[in-house]
Design a protein around this ligand. Structure first.
Ligand code: FPP
Length: 232
Protein backbone atom coordinates (compact mmCIF):
# COMPACT_ATOMS: atom_id res chain seq x y z
CA UNK A 1 0.00 0.00 0.00
CA UNK A 2 2.48 2.59 -1.21
CA UNK A 3 2.04 6.28 -1.95
CA UNK A 4 0.26 7.67 1.11
CA UNK A 5 3.03 10.22 1.76
CA UNK A 6 3.11 11.46 -1.83
CA UNK A 7 -0.69 11.68 -1.95
CA UNK A 8 -0.59 13.99 1.08
CA UNK A 9 2.35 16.05 -0.21
CA UNK A 10 0.52 16.79 -3.47
CA UNK A 11 -2.24 18.33 -1.34
CA UNK A 12 0.15 20.23 0.96
CA UNK A 13 -1.00 18.03 3.84
CA UNK A 14 1.12 16.20 6.45
CA UNK A 15 2.09 12.59 5.56
CA UNK A 16 -0.23 11.38 8.31
CA UNK A 17 -3.23 12.69 6.32
CA UNK A 18 -2.19 10.29 3.56
CA UNK A 19 -2.28 7.35 5.97
CA UNK A 20 -5.73 8.40 7.21
CA UNK A 21 -6.94 8.54 3.60
CA UNK A 22 -5.28 5.14 3.07
CA UNK A 23 -7.69 3.56 5.55
CA UNK A 24 -10.54 4.48 3.15
CA UNK A 25 -8.77 2.62 0.34
CA UNK A 26 -8.40 -0.43 2.62
CA UNK A 27 -12.17 -0.39 3.22
CA UNK A 28 -12.98 -0.11 -0.50
CA UNK A 29 -10.56 -2.91 -1.37
CA UNK A 30 -11.98 -5.27 1.27
CA UNK A 31 -15.55 -4.54 0.10
CA UNK A 32 -14.61 -5.17 -3.52
CA UNK A 33 -12.85 -8.45 -2.66
CA UNK A 34 -16.02 -9.59 -0.86
CA UNK A 35 -18.16 -8.61 -3.84
CA UNK A 36 -15.82 -10.44 -6.23
CA UNK A 37 -15.65 -13.64 -4.15
CA UNK A 38 -11.90 -13.31 -3.57
CA UNK A 39 -10.94 -15.68 -0.76
CA UNK A 40 -7.73 -14.11 0.60
CA UNK A 41 -6.33 -10.58 0.77
CA UNK A 42 -3.02 -9.80 2.47
CA UNK A 43 -2.22 -6.13 3.07
CA UNK A 44 1.31 -4.94 3.83
CA UNK A 45 0.55 -2.30 6.45
CA UNK A 46 3.86 -1.93 8.30
CA UNK A 47 7.21 -3.47 7.44
CA UNK A 48 10.00 -4.33 9.87
CA UNK A 49 11.87 -1.40 8.27
CA UNK A 50 9.08 1.14 8.84
CA UNK A 51 10.26 1.71 12.46
CA UNK A 52 12.91 3.97 10.88
CA UNK A 53 10.23 6.59 10.09
CA UNK A 54 9.76 9.71 12.26
CA UNK A 55 8.32 8.69 15.68
CA UNK A 56 5.12 10.77 15.20
CA UNK A 57 4.40 8.95 11.94
CA UNK A 58 4.97 5.54 13.55
CA UNK A 59 2.63 6.37 16.44
CA UNK A 60 -0.05 7.72 14.11
CA UNK A 61 0.09 4.47 12.13
CA UNK A 62 -0.26 2.43 15.33
CA UNK A 63 -3.21 4.62 16.45
CA UNK A 64 -4.85 4.07 13.06
CA UNK A 65 -4.52 0.30 13.46
CA UNK A 66 -6.12 0.38 16.91
CA UNK A 67 -8.90 2.74 15.77
CA UNK A 68 -9.59 0.73 12.61
CA UNK A 69 -9.79 -2.53 14.56
CA UNK A 70 -12.16 -0.95 17.07
CA UNK A 71 -14.33 0.56 14.34
CA UNK A 72 -14.36 -2.21 11.73
CA UNK A 73 -14.11 -5.59 13.50
CA UNK A 74 -17.85 -6.04 14.13
CA UNK A 75 -18.67 -5.21 10.49
CA UNK A 76 -15.97 -7.56 9.21
CA UNK A 77 -17.40 -10.31 11.40
CA UNK A 78 -20.95 -9.71 10.10
CA UNK A 79 -19.61 -10.09 6.58
CA UNK A 80 -17.91 -13.41 7.23
CA UNK A 81 -14.37 -12.04 7.19
CA UNK A 82 -11.65 -13.83 9.15
CA UNK A 83 -9.04 -11.30 10.30
CA UNK A 84 -5.46 -12.22 11.07
CA UNK A 85 -2.31 -10.25 11.69
CA UNK A 86 1.10 -11.66 10.72
CA UNK A 87 4.50 -10.34 11.76
CA UNK A 88 6.56 -9.95 14.91
CA UNK A 89 3.78 -8.72 17.17
CA UNK A 90 6.00 -8.73 20.26
CA UNK A 91 7.20 -5.21 19.35
CA UNK A 92 3.67 -3.76 19.21
CA UNK A 93 2.02 -1.89 22.08
CA UNK A 94 0.01 -4.05 24.53
CA UNK A 95 -3.28 -2.27 23.66
CA UNK A 96 -2.82 -2.98 19.96
CA UNK A 97 -1.92 -6.61 20.66
CA UNK A 98 -5.04 -6.94 22.78
CA UNK A 99 -7.28 -5.53 20.00
CA UNK A 100 -5.65 -7.85 17.47
CA UNK A 101 -6.16 -10.91 19.67
CA UNK A 102 -9.82 -9.96 20.26
CA UNK A 103 -10.50 -9.44 16.53
CA UNK A 104 -8.77 -12.71 15.64
CA UNK A 105 -10.72 -14.62 18.28
CA UNK A 106 -14.09 -13.14 17.24
CA UNK A 107 -13.62 -13.87 13.52
CA UNK A 108 -11.76 -17.21 13.84
CA UNK A 109 -14.46 -19.40 12.31
CA UNK A 110 -15.37 -17.11 9.37
CA UNK A 111 -14.40 -18.26 5.90
CA UNK A 112 -15.85 -15.92 3.30
CA UNK A 113 -12.66 -13.82 3.08
CA UNK A 114 -9.30 -14.30 4.80
CA UNK A 115 -8.12 -10.77 5.53
CA UNK A 116 -4.49 -10.77 6.61
CA UNK A 117 -2.68 -7.68 7.80
CA UNK A 118 1.11 -7.81 7.74
CA UNK A 119 2.38 -5.64 10.61
CA UNK A 120 6.03 -5.48 11.65
CA UNK A 121 6.37 -8.15 9.01
CA UNK A 122 9.25 -9.00 6.69
CA UNK A 123 9.56 -11.90 4.26
CA UNK A 124 13.08 -12.67 5.48
CA UNK A 125 11.90 -12.62 9.11
CA UNK A 126 9.24 -15.19 8.19
CA UNK A 127 11.75 -17.48 6.44
CA UNK A 128 14.37 -17.19 9.18
CA UNK A 129 11.74 -17.96 11.83
CA UNK A 130 10.65 -21.10 9.97
CA UNK A 131 14.30 -22.20 9.63
CA UNK A 132 14.85 -21.65 13.36
CA UNK A 133 11.74 -23.67 14.28
CA UNK A 134 12.89 -26.58 12.12
CA UNK A 135 16.43 -26.35 13.51
CA UNK A 136 15.00 -26.52 17.05
CA UNK A 137 13.06 -29.67 16.18
CA UNK A 138 16.20 -31.27 14.71
CA UNK A 139 18.24 -30.17 17.74
CA UNK A 140 15.73 -31.84 20.08
CA UNK A 141 15.92 -35.01 18.01
CA UNK A 142 12.25 -34.72 17.01
CA UNK A 143 12.92 -34.33 13.30
CA UNK A 144 15.47 -35.71 10.86
CA UNK A 145 17.10 -32.99 8.70
CA UNK A 146 16.79 -35.29 5.69
CA UNK A 147 12.98 -35.01 5.65
CA UNK A 148 12.95 -31.20 5.36
CA UNK A 149 11.51 -30.28 1.96
CA UNK A 150 9.63 -27.29 0.53
CA UNK A 151 6.24 -28.57 1.78
CA UNK A 152 7.47 -29.05 5.36
CA UNK A 153 9.29 -25.71 5.30
CA UNK A 154 6.15 -23.96 4.05
CA UNK A 155 4.14 -25.39 6.94
CA UNK A 156 6.26 -23.38 9.38
CA UNK A 157 5.69 -20.02 7.66
CA UNK A 158 3.18 -17.41 8.83
CA UNK A 159 0.61 -18.19 6.10
CA UNK A 160 0.97 -21.99 6.22
CA UNK A 161 -2.76 -22.59 5.76
CA UNK A 162 -3.46 -19.93 3.11
CA UNK A 163 -2.93 -20.69 -0.61
CA UNK A 164 -0.01 -18.88 -2.27
CA UNK A 165 -1.15 -15.54 -3.72
CA UNK A 166 -2.28 -15.48 -7.36
CA UNK A 167 -1.73 -11.75 -7.72
CA UNK A 168 0.57 -9.20 -6.08
CA UNK A 169 -0.36 -5.53 -6.43
CA UNK A 170 2.01 -2.70 -5.56
CA UNK A 171 0.68 0.85 -5.78
CA UNK A 172 2.66 4.08 -5.92
CA UNK A 173 4.82 3.36 -8.99
CA UNK A 174 7.73 1.53 -7.31
CA UNK A 175 8.59 -1.80 -8.95
CA UNK A 176 9.94 -3.76 -5.99
CA UNK A 177 8.79 -6.55 -3.66
CA UNK A 178 10.36 -4.80 -0.62
CA UNK A 179 10.58 -7.88 1.60
CA UNK A 180 6.88 -8.78 1.33
CA UNK A 181 5.85 -12.47 1.12
CA UNK A 182 9.19 -13.61 -0.37
CA UNK A 183 8.65 -17.36 -0.20
CA UNK A 184 4.96 -17.26 -1.14
CA UNK A 185 5.45 -15.02 -4.22
CA UNK A 186 7.51 -17.60 -6.14
CA UNK A 187 4.83 -18.09 -8.85
CA UNK A 188 2.66 -15.04 -8.18
CA UNK A 189 1.79 -12.64 -11.00
CA UNK A 190 3.21 -9.19 -10.25
CA UNK A 191 1.25 -6.01 -11.01
CA UNK A 192 2.59 -2.52 -10.52
CA UNK A 193 0.45 0.60 -10.79
CA UNK A 194 1.35 4.30 -10.46
CA UNK A 195 -1.95 4.93 -8.58
CA UNK A 196 -1.16 6.21 -5.08
CA UNK A 197 -2.68 3.98 -2.38
CA UNK A 198 -5.31 6.51 -1.10
CA UNK A 199 -6.63 6.78 -4.70
CA UNK A 200 -6.84 2.99 -5.13
CA UNK A 201 -10.52 2.12 -5.48
CA UNK A 202 -12.93 -0.49 -6.84
CA UNK A 203 -12.05 0.40 -10.44
CA UNK A 204 -8.31 0.16 -9.74
CA UNK A 205 -8.76 -3.33 -8.30
CA UNK A 206 -10.97 -4.40 -11.22
CA UNK A 207 -8.28 -3.17 -13.63
CA UNK A 208 -5.62 -5.23 -11.85
CA UNK A 209 -7.89 -8.31 -11.94
CA UNK A 210 -8.55 -7.79 -15.65
CA UNK A 211 -4.82 -7.57 -16.32
CA UNK A 212 -4.29 -10.77 -14.30
CA UNK A 213 -7.06 -12.58 -16.20
CA UNK A 214 -5.21 -11.93 -19.46
CA UNK A 215 -2.02 -13.66 -18.32
CA UNK A 216 -1.04 -17.27 -18.82
CA UNK A 217 0.38 -18.97 -15.72
CA UNK A 218 2.69 -21.78 -16.74
CA UNK A 219 4.32 -23.07 -13.50
CA UNK A 220 7.25 -24.41 -15.57
CA UNK A 221 5.13 -26.04 -18.31
CA UNK A 222 5.16 -24.82 -21.94
CA UNK A 223 2.31 -22.66 -23.18
CA UNK A 224 1.07 -25.55 -25.35
CA UNK A 225 1.05 -27.94 -22.38
CA UNK A 226 -0.97 -25.48 -20.28
CA UNK A 227 -3.52 -25.07 -23.08
CA UNK A 228 -3.98 -28.80 -23.50
CA UNK A 229 -4.22 -29.25 -19.70
CA UNK A 230 -6.90 -26.55 -19.55
CA UNK A 231 -8.84 -28.11 -22.41
CA UNK A 232 -8.72 -31.42 -20.55
C1 FPP B 1 3.19 3.39 2.50
O1 FPP B 1 3.06 4.69 1.94
C2 FPP B 1 2.17 3.13 3.49
C3 FPP B 1 2.40 2.73 4.79
C4 FPP B 1 3.75 2.54 5.34
C5 FPP B 1 1.28 2.51 5.73
C6 FPP B 1 0.06 1.81 5.23
C7 FPP B 1 -1.01 2.02 6.22
C8 FPP B 1 -2.30 2.31 5.97
C9 FPP B 1 -2.90 2.38 4.61
C10 FPP B 1 -3.14 2.63 7.15
C11 FPP B 1 -4.09 1.71 7.69
C12 FPP B 1 -4.01 0.26 7.46
C13 FPP B 1 -4.86 -0.61 8.07
C14 FPP B 1 -4.73 -2.07 7.77
C15 FPP B 1 -5.91 -0.19 9.00
P1 FPP B 1 4.27 5.70 2.14
O2 FPP B 1 4.05 6.43 3.40
O3 FPP B 1 5.55 4.97 2.01
O4 FPP B 1 4.07 6.67 0.92
P2 FPP B 1 5.20 7.42 0.07
O5 FPP B 1 5.98 6.34 -0.63
O6 FPP B 1 4.38 8.25 -0.88
O7 FPP B 1 6.01 8.24 1.02
Amino acid sequence: MDGNGRWAKKRFLPRTAGHRAGVGAVRKTVERCLAKGIKALTLFAFSSENWRRPPQEVSLLMELFVASLERETAKLHENGVRLRVIGDLSALAPLLRERIAAAEALTRTNNRLNLIIAANYGGRWDIVRAARRLAELVERGELSAAVIDATLFQSHLALADVPEPDLFIRTGGEQRISNFLLWQLAYTELYFTPVLWPDFDEQSLDQALEDYAGRQRRFGYTGEQVESLLLG
